[in-house]
Design a binder for this molecule. Structure first.
Ligand code: COA
Length: 161
């Protein structure tokens, strides 16, 4: 628990298939925020059915760690980290998502979620953790910088239609 964390009812738990509708709804809100910062960002829209087909097998894969942030028993955030090359020793881990609903931000829950994801990566023997955030997402840039992440590449897209 971080020092500035206000709401003792917040907890982090593993995600399960039942959480998929809430996760997809939160991902939609994240994508909206991201497109506002960068309209050409390469973001793939997913229906619940498409998302479930694509992602639900990973929920029982030991190389993936899905987490739900709950407040007063309701999902208010989620995170996903996984090993990039689990067949190799000391694989990198990749944070694919870290999201909190707007009214839950700046109260320490992001740090709490990250601590959980990093603890999982360490427990898997990962040598480092990588992530990306969309241009224009200043809150993400400030948060990740504060948490010790440093940029090392640029991501680009050229659409084919
Ligand atoms: C990014 C996110 C997960 C951070 O979670 P959070 O709970 O708001 O962050 P915390 O309260 O734990 O902040 C930890 C520190 O990060 C920095 N920080 C976080 N958000 C910040 C912001 N909007 N502006 C400036 N600094 C910020 C601060 O130094 C903060 O410490 P402080 O509050 O004591 O000053 C959250 O803002 C979020 O879900 N944003 C929308 C989704 C998103 O963009 N996710 C990342 C996609 S890659």
């Amino acid at each position: 628990m971080t020092e500035n964390f206000a709401d003792a009812s917040v907890r982090i738990r593993p995600a399960a298939a039942d959480d998929l509708p809430a996760i997809v709804a939160m991902r939609d809100r994240l994508n909206e925020l991201e497109r506002a910062g960068c309209a050409h960002a390469a973001i793939q829209p997913f229906t619940l059915e498409q998302f479930t087909t694509h992602w639900s097998p990973s929920m029982t894969n030991p190389n993936f760690c899905w987490r739900i942030v709950e407040a007063a028993g309701r999902p208010v955030g989620f995170g996903l980290i996984y090993l990039l090359a689990p067949q190799l020793p000391r694989s990198a881990a990749y944070i694919h998502w870290a999201y909190l609903e707007e009214n839950q931000r700046r109260r320490g829950a992001g740090r709490l979620l990250l601590d959980e994801l990093l603890a999982w990566a360490r427990s898997k023997g990962a040598s480092r953790v990588e992530l990306q955030f969309i241009d224009g997402n200043q809150a993400a840039e400030r948060f990740w910088t504060k948490m010790g992440f440093r940029g090392f590449a640029r991501k680009c897209v050229r659409y084919l239609e």
